[in-house]
Design a protein around this ligand. Sequence first.
Ligand SMILES: [Zn+2]
Length: 540
Amino acid sequence: MKRWLLPVTLLLLAGGCRQPAGTPEDAAGVEDAAESPLPSREEAVAEAARLAVEAARASGVERSRLLLAAARLRERTWRLERRESDALEALELLEQVADSPEPLGCGARLDRALLEGELRRSPPATYRAVYVARRRTEDAACRRRVDALLATLAAFRPLPTVLAELDRQAGDDSGIASTTLGSAGPVVVPTLPINNPTGPTRITGIERYGSEDGARIVVNLTQPALFEVGILGRQGDRGPRLYVDVAKASYKGPLELPVGGLVERVRLGKQTGGTRLVLDLRREAWRKVFYLPEPFRLVIDVAKEAPALPVAAPTGPRGVRRVVLDPGHGGHDPGAVGPAGLREKDVTLDIAHRAAPLIARELGVVTLLTRDSDVFVPLDERAARANAFQADLFLSIHCNANEDGTGRGVMTFVLDESRDPHALSIAARENASSPAAAAELASVLSRVVDQGVRARSNHFAELLQRSTMASLSPRYPDATDHGVKRAGFYVLAGARMPAALFESSFISHPTEESRLDTADYRQKLADAIVNAVRAYRDGR
Ligand SMILES: [Zn+2]
């Protein structure tokens, strides 16, 4: 891809713009801390996490200042090392400050707009993001700052028609000109029945993860909405286009969002009382569209090829070339915390770090981690990464927990319908959702999961339970086998390959927590994962 010459310019602009935000009454001492030299990425990430935790305990302006300081640390780390996760984390932190009183809110919105454009390596996108940010304030001082910034970005101002479109969208929903998209093609995914939504529905954001082989687009909504999926005929030399109509949903934001790779871009427009998203594809592609509850969102998965249909019988050697291990939680999400303070996110990362090189070395299987350090990765992105990597197996690693700390033992989950309240409450905790949402998710997804993939997920989960017991029992004879369970986990949603979620032990149980704190126990869990992958590959 052609690289813009402009990131340097934008970097300077971003730095210049931050000056007004750094006025003494703005962020005081915290700001100074954020501007001091960065010793190492690890330390910066840890400091940002500490600030975010502190912010969670604070309120009002103090909370905003702490979040802003955390965001700027992550932003600076992104500039130094260009790890996308740092920029995404910074964007999320800034959004939490965006509605703070001025001038903090203004500074956060501008930083966010600049970072967004920078992340997309697109100065015109920066212009549009800043332009839209101007709409979010009535404050005169803030508007002056935005205008000064827009003046420095004047070279990237889009055509007046594009700005007029942004204005119309922001000012008056009904005024959006209808898009030039063609009429509806055949519906390829039936509309899913959802309870009648009440009140206005808004699209609050659109996340995109793209690669050459596939992409995932997540459409966030304020509440459940009906949707319909179809294909539009080719137009001139344009590639095929996939559309998703979201009924009765309004949208304010950029009308065109670049993705890159298989999906060139996403376009949005008004369509018979709702909003139409059009994905411009570079070639014919396999797709699957489904929704996830709490918060309600549509997930559009597109891939170069349909998942290979596995043979019906889950026996015989299987082609396992790539494995994705997903260490649960990370960054500002510690996961469950044990009575002595052991954090799930640290245990899961260490187990993955122990297992991955063994899978690579002993089995010759390429292994990827969804996170390699203490960073936050959204749940939706984890399966998307496994899909993009064309993994043959996906394992999410976790530690279990329950309220009274009495629960203990090992269990492995697969994504499937469930009425088991215990299983649903575990899924709810991992999803940060309600048990009802976990049940709904499981029921929705069980309708779209390929039968062959489901059978293989089950089989792998059973192998993992067996190998874990074999690994733990000699030294820890009281290790309890809870077997394979079913529930709805966001992190497994949309994975195109056999996938399971490993609840390695209960971190909330004092004995199991102290075991999880030892290298020996973690190594035995890692060995169990390696042996399960081996057994799966060998067709046992
Ligand atoms: Zn977890």
